[in-house]
Design a protein around this ligand. Structure first.
Ligand SMILES: Cc1ncc(COP(=O)(O)O)c(C=O)c1O
Length: 364
């Protein structure tokens, strides 16, 4: 049997006629920049995240960049974040001219270790970029408590956590501002690139809306160094359809994750601990073992797709060598990246495929 790591074709096949009808409507309207489909998506997505405001942008990376700028981050500032993430969480900090400062993560959840946070704060620290890795929210109340003490902004990188929640509060609505990616492979993915910024703060919302579209109070009059980070109208048309399915897709992801956790009974493996006050949306299902490469080769040989998230932590990547982190600087992050392997999890996975993966893992 062949089990792909991820198969977008299955999702598309199920909803293609609805998507094509709506995208075609947008194409025929010829209103290709912002317009009613983007506004409609922003309203619906704000309601999904339970924030007052949402701004559609072109990528999750732009969403992070604008969220940081709206929070006033710039040259000379420090922003604390994790190294156990996709590089965009960190590169967006670098775009502003600020310095990323890395804090280690908890071994069992792979999420920001708030117990190590305070030691990283200096007089230059202005914000924390929290990453809800793999689909699970970090310990937000603990993080926010520390942030408030030092007057720091909290940005939630929720690109892997559409619809996830922490103590019944939705990812992207807990800190000062939240960011999302709609890269096609995400839990909610566009038919191309997309991103969004969510907040309850009117001032922050106003600022990101200005910055994404050249800060022009009047046409060709500009208030700030700003960007063309507008959400593509055709992507909004596709996302407006897909958003109707996100709850169902999330339930399917959670069901598969539960099947994995209940039925994989091999002492060689550990899973991400799902905290009981969280709704984990399983963008990625991670397995930790001593030799993930051997496990990968075994699964691939038996037709099962896999991924590494992430093989080299950001603090050890070339663009960040100048910050002076060395092997051993973030021991938990480094251990996780050495032991991690991602196995298939997507809503359209068939039961026999899930059972096949379980069976292979039990026999390993
Ligand atoms: C945690 C995280 N942050 C940011 C991004 C960047 O999003 P995008 O690829 O839409 O720019 C991604 C995904 O790619 C991500 O996984």
């Amino acid at each position: 049997m062949k089990v792909p790591y991820f198969d977008l074709k299955r999702q598309y096949k199920n909803i293609s006629s609805e998507i094509e009808t709506n995208v075609l409507k947008s194409l025929r309207s010829t209103q290709y920049s912002l317009g009613p489909e983007v506004v409609k998506f922003e309203k619906k997505y704000a309601s999904f995240v339970t924030t007052n405001y949402c701004t559609g942008v072109n990528t999750g990376t732009s969403a992070l960049h604008l969220a940081l700028l709206a929070c006033g981050i710039g040259v000379g500032d420090e922003v604390i974040t994790v190294s156990m993430t996709f590089v965009a969480s960190v590169m967006s900090i670098s775009y502003t001219g600020a310095k990323p400062v890395f804090v280690d993560v908890f071994n069992d959840t792979q999420l920001l270790n708030f117990e190590k946070l305070e030691k990283k704060i200096t007089s230059r620290t202005k914000a924390i970029v929290v990453v809800h890795l793999y689909g699970q929210c970090a310990e937000m109340h603990e993080i926010i408590k520390i942030a408030r003490k030092y007057n720091l902004r909290v940005i939630e990188d929720s690109s892997q956590a559409h619809g996830a929640s922490y103590k019944k509060i939705k990812a992207g609505s807990i800190g000062d501002i939240g960011t999302f990616s709609f890269y096609p492979g995400k839990n909610l993915g566009a038919c191309g690139e997309g991103g969004a910024i969510t907040t309850n703060n009117k001032k922050l919302d106003k600022k990101v809306k200005e910055l994404r579209n050249w800060s022009q109070p009047k046409r060709y009059i500009h208030n700030d160094i700003s960007f063309n980070y507008r959400m593509d109208t055709l992507q909004a048309s596709a996302l407006n359809i897909k958003l109707k399915y996100i709850k169902k897709w999330t339930a399917q992801r959670r069901k598969i994750a539960n099947q994995y956790m209940r039925n994989i009974k091999n002492e060689k493996f550990k899973f991400t601990a799902a905290m009981s006050h969280n709704i984990h949306v399983y963008h990625i299902f991670s397995i930790f073992s001593k030799n993930p490469l051997k496990l990968k080769n075994y699964l691939n040989k038996n037709g099962v797709g896999t991924g590494f998230h992430y093989p080299v932590p950001v603090h050890l990547q070339k663009p960040y060598h100048h910050l002076g982190y060395k092997k051993g600087s973030l021991p938990v992050t480094e251990k996780i990246s050495k032991n991690q392997l991602s196995i298939p999890i997507f809503p359209e996975m068939k039961n026999e495929e899930v059972n096949y993966v379980i069976d292979l893992l039990n026999k390993f």
